[in-house]
Design a protein around this ligand. Structure first.
Ligand code: NDP
Length: 315
């Protein structure tokens, strides 16, 4: 076999909490997994600040630090964690075939897909500038830091409405900024928003800029400049937190045509399992979950995927 072709019992694609947890379990099952970390090693948690809701860290932990710990834990059990990307897969034959951007071809008896999802952003420069310093795409992760403060959230779907009501329990006031005059969210979710006294919906509006203080490395949001698309009125909302909830995109493009995806591009898994429609290919974490999207649920499904892969290989 040429040195560019490698064989493995278990290939794990992606390296957030799902991928690393799968690697810990697969490593302990002696599957000697190969993990390709992907475009954003450590996944979405590497762009958050404090993680306060992962059990086992009474004082919280920084997202990147937690991912580094998970990686080390996987390596302790002989996971071969590689910096690089899988660019193409062929699940039509066994062993499964995957091409990596380091020039390797991996022939795998089982595959765990844990490529996650990426939050959609508005595309403003200031949004990037204040990321993790007032700007966030996850209210459940970061809402706690805005207790008693005023915040804004952009979007009109179920996520934005759900996160707005979550934030309303912590923040003093929540502005829900939506670009149209009606919400996309389900009626039940809309009603929750309308029934929450400290949420104000700002209709027909877009965000032009997020503004704040910058002193060296210290940055803090203190407002959002918004424009009413019907009247042209521009005004500043005085907010310290700015949340973006305009949807996520699952990182499943390379699996299109290889495993079944739903209409939003998420990998379909069997209910209560991580099995895809291809025997021997499993999916864990946000790439197959648009509902919970939490580090702990991703880790849980990573564990499930490794156990299912182990049982598949044993059978
Ligand atoms: P959605 O795609 O449903 O909604 C995205 C929202 O963001 C829309 O209101 C859209 O506006 C707005 N938007 C998109 N792009 C921009 C932009 N560039 N600028 C401003 N606004 C923008 O995403 P969600 O994450 O809310 O939901 C995804 C899926 O998950 C849905 O199927 C949803 O039902 C489901 N879900 C279910 C939950 C539950 O049942 N508890 C909880 C959360 C999600 P517009 O309406 O004008 O297109």
């Amino acid at each position: 076999m040429s040195e560019n072709i490698e064989k493995t019992r278990c290939l794990i694609i992606g390296s957030g909490p799902a991928g690393y947890t799968a690697a810990i379990y697969a490593g302990r099952a002696d599957l000697k997994p190969i993990v390709y970390e992907g475009m954003q090693p450590g996944g979405q948690l590497t762009i958050t600040t404090e993680v306060d809701n992962f059990p086992g860290y009474p004082e919280g932990i920084k997202g990147p630090e937690m991912m580094e710990d998970l990686k080390k834990q996987a390596q302790r059990f002989d996971a071969d964690v590689r910096w690089g990307n899988i660019t193409e897969v062929d699940f039509s034959q066994k062993p499964f075939k995957a091409l990596a951007d380091d020039g390797k071809t991996i022939m795998a008896d089982s595959v765990i897909i844990a490529t996650g999802a990426s939050a959609r952003w508005l595309g403003l420069e200031s949004e990037q500038e204040f990321m993790g310093a007032g700007v966030s795409a996850c209210a459940t992760c970061d809402g706690y830091f805005y207790r008693g403060k005023d915040v804004a959230i952009v979007g009109g779907g179920d996520t934005a409405c759900e996160e707005a009501t979550y934030l309303a329990k912590l923040a003093r006031k929540v502005y829900l900024i939506h670009r149209r005059d009606e919400l996309r969210a389900s009626k039940a979710m809309q009603n929750k928003v309308f029934d929450t006294p400290n949420i104000e919906v700002i209709w027909d509006s877009t965000t032009k800029e997020i503004v704040g203080e910058k002193q060296g490395f210290m940055k803090a949001v203190n407002g959002a400049i918004i424009e009413n698309l019907k009247t042209g009125e521009i005004r500043k909302l005085d907010v310290e937190g700015f949340f973006v909830a305009i949807g996520h995109s699952p990182n499943a493009q390379i699996f299109k045509g290889q495993v079944n995806l739903d209409e939003n591009g998420y990998i379909i898994t069997e209910p209560g399992k991580t099995a895809t429609n291809v025997e021997g290919v499993f999916a864990a974490g946000d790439v197959q979950d648009h509902h919970y999207r939490q580090a702990i649920t991703a880790a849980g499904t990573g564990c499930m995927a490794a156990i299912e892969a182990e049982r598949y290989l044993a059978s």
